[in-house]
Write a protein that binds this ligand. Structure first.
Ligand code: CA
Length: 229
């Protein structure tokens, strides 16, 4: 499993809908997680920190609207994009859906191609490096399509793990990442890796970044982890 693979959580009580969504999202290269109701959805969000959430409005017990409100109220989950699915097509409902903080809204029955396009659009916003977008930071250019990294015009040699680490840092310059967060993002939750492995690969990344001169752009934050800039 590639850890750079973006994760989509599908919260939907209808098995047939879950199956269709899961099949198509996986075919697009996403890692897909499922929840059958809102409570399970909230648990999965805490456990897995998905990149995008596809949330059905009509769920047993707690409605999708209420779940969305909770996701958007909590600081830890607020930034995760939520795409609401609904059989309701009234404009007033659409407005209500967006008012709860949903980032997008798709009316059932929808075309799967349209939904996939909406998921990709949200992903471009929150994880640009997984969407083939070129990232740039103070003379460092990372191209996730060609897997090339340049610094001040000179191409750098990076291993695949160092590349994913740099992509993670470059998506959010200034953000301090703990070793555990980097393990989840770069190696994936399903793989057991010692947190000291993170230190080893950050060391290699530093070396590669400075191979042709320039200051070390990575910062070690004592007791917290690492940051770019
Ligand atoms: Ca439903």
């Amino acid at each position: 499993m590639s850890a750079a693979q973006p994760t989509v959580l599908v919260v939907e009580d209808e098995a047939a809908q879950r199956e269709i969504l899961g099949y198509n999202l996986e075919a697009e290269g996403f890692r897909v997680l499922f929840a059958e109701d809102g409570d399970e959805g909230l648990l999965r969000i805490d456990e897995e920190q998905p990149d995008v959430i596809v949330l059905d409005w009509m769920l047993p017990r707690v409605s999708g609207i209420e779940i969305c409100r909770q996701i958007k109220t909590r600081p830890e989950t607020r930034a995760i994009p939520v795409i609401m699915l609904s059989a309701r097509s009234e404009e007033v409902d659409r407005v209500r859906g967006l008012e709860t903080g949903a980032d997008d809204y798709v009316v059932k029955p929808y075309s799967i191609q349209e939904l996939l396009a909406r998921v990709r659009a949200q992903l471009r916003r929150v994880r640009p490096s997984t969407a083939g977008i070129q990232l740039e930071y103070h003379g460092i250019v990372l191209d996730s399509e060609t897997h090339h990294v340049l610094r001040d015009g000179t191409q750098l040699k990076l291993g695949p793990t160092e590349f994913r680490l740099l992509a993670t840092f470059m998506e959010k310059p200034g953000r301090v990442w703990s070793r555990e967060q980097l393990l989840d993002r770069v190696w994936g939750r399903d793989i057991y890796v010692d947190s000291r492995t993170v230190d080893v690969h950050v060391g290699r990344l530093r070396k590669a970044l400075c191979a042709h001169g320039g200051d070390d752009p990575l910062r070690t934050v004592r007791g917290a982890g690492y940051a770019l800039g």
